[in-house]
Design a protein around this ligand. Structure first.
Ligand SMILES: O=C(O)COP(=O)(O)O
Ligand SMILES: [Mg+2]
Length: 247
């Protein structure tokens, strides 16, 4: 065997030994600042991580179909946790539903009838949650829900307000994948920008909050960067690169 072939095999072994799973949010994280368009350099760096042997998995408040398609066309692992943790796309025709949309619809009707300006956000169809425009105060809605016996959670991703079944969040959704694929917390690196990412931070050994995250969200991460959204992802990966074999 040629020396270079041996070297490649050795490098692959090292990479696999230190294989990491990156759990990556979409909006406000791999987008351009202030817009919903994908930050191409950030996407390229995620594809590079994938080519190095790491897994990059989107964990998002978007539909799992949107995230799954992004993984297919963007060249990362073809699995996605969507609907804020309520729905996992294992494959194009294999979706695991963790949340119960009936309960979320009941909660929607209740807050819509009690608070002015509560509207559904036009989004791709959901199987487990209800997505609303950010036009009302979350605490007002939580108060109303607490007076009724509804098993739901409200959260704000900075892009939308989500009604999910109680116990469903990005952390529990991603944990489902960790259990399925034997992924250890020590090998998980989470990257995100909003309150909906905090439960994901908690199941990762390394968690990174971007410059556009609130102080509260930043205080929940093990690492912060100053640049926002896609630029922040590049900053984070630059910081991590020398340590990827140790963390
Ligand atoms: O809430 C959304 O629609 C987008 O959220 P994300 O930041 O989790 O991708
Ligand atoms: Mg986000």
């Amino acid at each position: 065997m040629k020396y270079t072939e041996q070297l490649i095999i050795y490098q692959k072994k090292i990479q696999i030994m230190n294989k990491k799973t990156f759990a990556v949010d979409i909006d406000g994280t791999i987008t351009e600042n202030g817009g919903g368009r994908i930050h191409l350099d950030a996407l390229e760096s995620l594809r590079r991580l994938t080519n190095m042997g790491h897994d990059v998995i989107y964990v998002t408040g978007r539909s799992s179909v949107e995230a799954y398609l992004l993984s297919v066309f963007g060249g990362t692992k073809k699995i996605a946790v969507g609907e804020n943790g309520g729905c996992i796309a294992m494959d194009a025709d294999d979706h695991i539903l963790l949340g119960n949309i009936e309960e979320c619809n009941k909660a929607f009707e209740l807050i819509k009838n009690s608070i002015d300006g509560v509207e559904k956000k036009p989004v791709f169809p959901r199987l487990t949650e209800v997505v609303l425009e950010r036009t009302f105060d979350l605490d007002d809605a939580r108060k109303i829900l607490s007076e009724h016996d509804l098993d739901v959670n409200l959260s704000d991703s900075q892009y939308a307000i989500h009604i999910n079944s109680k116990g469903i969040d990005k952390g529990t959704g991603f944990t489902e994948l960790m259990n399925k694929f034997n992924i250890m917390k020590d090998d998980v690196i989470a990257i995100g920008d909003s309150a909906t990412d905090v439960p994901l931070f908690k199941v990762a050994k390394t968690s990174i909050a971007l410059g556009n995250a609130s102080d509260l969200v930043r205080s929940e991460a093990t690492m912060t960067v100053s640049a926002s959204s896609g630029d922040g992802v590049l900053e984070a990966l630059d910081k991590l690169a020398p340590k990827l074999s140790e963390i």
